[in-house]
Every structure is written in C-alpha cells, then in structure tokens.
Design a protein. Sequence first.
Length: 261
Amino acid sequence: MTEPIIKIDAISKSFGNFQVLDGLSMQVMPREKLALIGPSGSGKTTILRILMTLERIDAGHIAIEGEQLYHMPKNGGLVAADERHLTKMRQKIGMVFQLFNLFPHMSVIDNVTLAPMLTKGVARAAAEKRAMELLDMVGMSEKAKAMPAQLSGGQKQRVAIARALALQPKIMLFDEVTSALDPELVEEVLNVLWKLCAETDMTMLLVTHEMGFAHDFADRVLFFDRGKIVEEGKPDEMFSNPKQERTQTFLRKIIAAGHRV
Ligand SMILES: Nc1ncnc2c1ncn2[C@@H]1O[C@H](COP(=O)(O)OP(=O)(O)OP(=O)(O)O)[C@@H](O)[C@H]1O
C-alpha cells in the first residue's frame, strides 16, 4: 500500500496563551490535491507554515516521505532536528504566499535562480536555463529581466510560483495565493495551478477562500474550525451535502457573500 507523503501526528501549536492547534493529525497521499477551507483564524495558514518550517510545533510529530521533519534519529532514539536537517527537509517543500514575497531589489530571473544557486550550489548558467523553463511554464519568460515593481499582482504571483518550483519540491503549499489580487487577475494564477496539476505529479495543499476553485481542483477537502478538522470528504460531497452543522453554516455564509460553490 502507498505510504502518505505527509503524516501529521498529534501536533500542537500555541502563540503565547492562544492555542491554535491542539493534537491535530492528518495525512496526505502522494500526488493528492488537498483544499483546506474554513473560517479566518482556524489555523489553516499555521499548518502550512509549520510544514514549511516557518513555525515550530510544541508537540507531536510530522513525517515527510517517512522521514521526520522536526526530529532526527540519534543514538537509537529521536532528538530535535538541527538546522542542517531542517534545511534538507525544507527542500522537499515549496510555498507560495498571499503577498508574493518576491525580493524587490532583484530581477524576475534572479528571484528564481537565487535558491538553487545558494542552497544547492547550482551554477548560474544551469540555474538560469531552468529558471527560463519555469518562467515559460507560468507565462512570464518575456519579463525575465523586469523588476518586481514593474509587474501586476498576477504576474508577481506567477513569478513567485516559478521561484517556489525552482528547488523541484515534491510538495507545494499555496496560501490564499489569489486573495490579494484584483478579480480580473485571479484567473491567470488559477490557470497556472491547473497547469501544475495536469503537468506535474506534485502533491499540492491549497488554503483558499475560492470555493469554486477548491471544488474543481481538489481530490479532498478538509474543513477546519478552531484548529480541528470538523469534516472532510470529496468536493462534491463536501459542497453539496455537508454533514456537520458548522460546515453547513460556513458554506451558507460563503454563498451569501457571492462565492460560487
Ligand atoms: N505569529 C503569530 N503570533 C500570534 N498569533 C498568531 C500568529 N500566527 C497566527 N496567529 C493566530 O493564530 C490563529 C490562526 O491563524 P491562521 O493564520 O493559521 O488562520 P487561518 O485559518 O489561516 O486564517 P486566515 O484565513 O485568516 O488566514 C489566528 O487567531 C491568528 O491570529
């Protein structure tokens, strides 16, 4: 039987006195496209940031491809992972943020080549060749020499996707990647996600308020509330026939706000 590519086991996370996650467990299978939905503040972004090692966990375990993320084997047991282990594990995962986070003082192509050159020691010529392929895939090769300030939000986000792909991650995390975009630019970014879905075998986790997209794109939808998975299922079941009252209320509000489900 295929093993999960991500195995989250009873993780907890607090910020000060505020407990965001309390014993959360979930698994993701290789190639799976997962949508994480739920009200603001329910912990969705925190889960992605923990997987990306941008936040630490207080308790529990996470395994990526069967290898511990925050722990490493030592003397027959497990100890806290050191920076070297975290750096190695981080390369399996790429993340795209709501606010692009491009390096403003670097050109588009330099944004994409930086990580492979710095973290993997890839030579500039090879890194640029690969970067141009990735920029071509997201429809941005003509802007390779441009600076981020010269780009629209949708273009910046497509560059951010190319940059995240440059380390050839097996897992891609998308954190509300269209939320900061003008409505007419949303489609161009969603089209890139479709392309990644069709042309790569990456595992993709998507936090989104675009319910229509989550419905069409995801293999499985997880509905979160207060750091817990309230309900999960196939998109058709989740959106047309949610079982839990909390899910029903959330989706009613979303529909009332004019979002397609
Ligand atoms: N660095 C931090 N310091 C303090 N509190 C934080 C921090 N990061 C997140 N939180 C709090 O943790 C809770 C969960 O946040 P998170 O961003 O994971 O929720 P979310 O479900 O992604 O919501 P949204 O859809 O608004 O992004 C929120 O109440 C948030 O204010």
